[in-house]
Design a protein around this ligand. Structure first.
Ligand code: ADP
Ligand code: MG
Length: 276
């Protein structure tokens, strides 16, 4: 057990779409919820599908972008409970004011920072232990606003040669975000869709580990498995499916690895403060 104070907020981000962000967000959230934490998984991708894949009817629900928009939905009104008491979700919702500016103007903030901050404060006040935020691809607009406010960022990446090449650049870009958010803990790259029986997939992962420092690549890997597609078709985390136990164990390992990193960085921060 780690003893981090208050809510822990984790952004799940990548430069490109289709790398497994949503899948990782949902299944990691489920692993945290199973461990007894009160968890909120937030869909911050206007084209996203956390809501869709967990409830299958969220298109008309209000969500995160409604909270951020001028019309301002309340925090409580955008929370959707799941069958699991410790796991709730926030769909992306309808508020489209912000997704308008999404896609151009690289590097800038969208101006939603104050809204993101107040949302996370509301989550803390509501007693959530962990917020996992599934962001849109890219590091600009709302996604950047989010990364400026969260404690940590996890970067899923498909374990295949082409995708892996852009990773050092992505991490450089994240380091720049740290100028705006010095406490941002870059948890590192999480290799996803790893095909352990395919040489190219394994080599892509090994190649990444050889060019990046150890602390920037998660030890845990997510295997490619058809069960993820079955789970999302049924609107469920993999862990609740028959045959999902093995995958759930991988996400438990990921959860523990993240907890350990966060405890260590908190202790380091404390030591630095005491040293001053
Ligand atoms: N580990 C995996 N094994 C097999 N399929 C996966 C895995 N992770 C994701 N997928 C599938 O790949 C597609 C893209 O994943 P998704 O999580 O939606 O990516 P993103 O949110 O980054 O766009 C989805 O159809 C999803 O079901
Ligand atoms: Mg997604």
């Amino acid at each position: 057990m780690y003893s981090v104070k208050g809510v822990i907020t984790i952004g799940v981000s990548s430069q490109k779409g289709g790398v497994g962000k949503t899948t990782v967000s949902i299944n990691l959230a489920y692993a945290f919820a199973r461990s007894g934490r009160k968890v909120l998984v937030i869909d911050a991708d206007p084209q996203g599908s956390v809501g869709l894949s967990l409830t299958r009817k969220t298109r008309k629900l209000k969500g995160f972008f409604d909270y951020l928009s001028d019309a301002g939905a309340s925090f409580e009104s955008v929370i959707v409970p799941t069958r699991m008491e410790t796991l709730s979700l926030v769909p992306a919702g309808q508020g489209s004011e912000y997704d308008m500016s999404y896609g151009y103007d690289e590097g800038s903030l969208s101006g939603a920072g104050a809204g993101v901050k107040s949302f996370l404060t509301d989550a803390e006040e509501a007693g959530y232990d962990v917020c996992i935020i599934d962001t849109a691809a890219g590091l600009f607009g709302i996604t950047k606003d989010i990364l400026v406010e969260v404690d940590a960022v996890l970067v899923p990446q498909q374990s295949e040669p082409l995708g892996i090449r852009s990773m050092p650049k992505m991490l450089e870009a994240l380091k720049k975000v740290r100028l705006l958010n010095p406490r941002l803990h870059i948890l590192g790259v999480l290799l996803t869709m790893v095909q352990r029986n395919l040489r190219e997939s394994v080599e892509a992962g090994e190649g990444l580990r050889s060019v990046l420092p150890d602390n920037l690549v998660m030890t845990t890997e997510v295997p490619r498995d058809d069960i993820f597609i079955k789970a999302s078709a049924r609107g469920l985390p993999v862990g609740v499916l028959k045959g999902g136990a093995e995958v759930l164990e991988e996400f438990n390992a990921l959860r523990r690895e993240i907890e350990l990193k966060l405890v260590n960085s908190q202790q380091r921060n404390k030591a630095t403060k005491q040293g001053n």
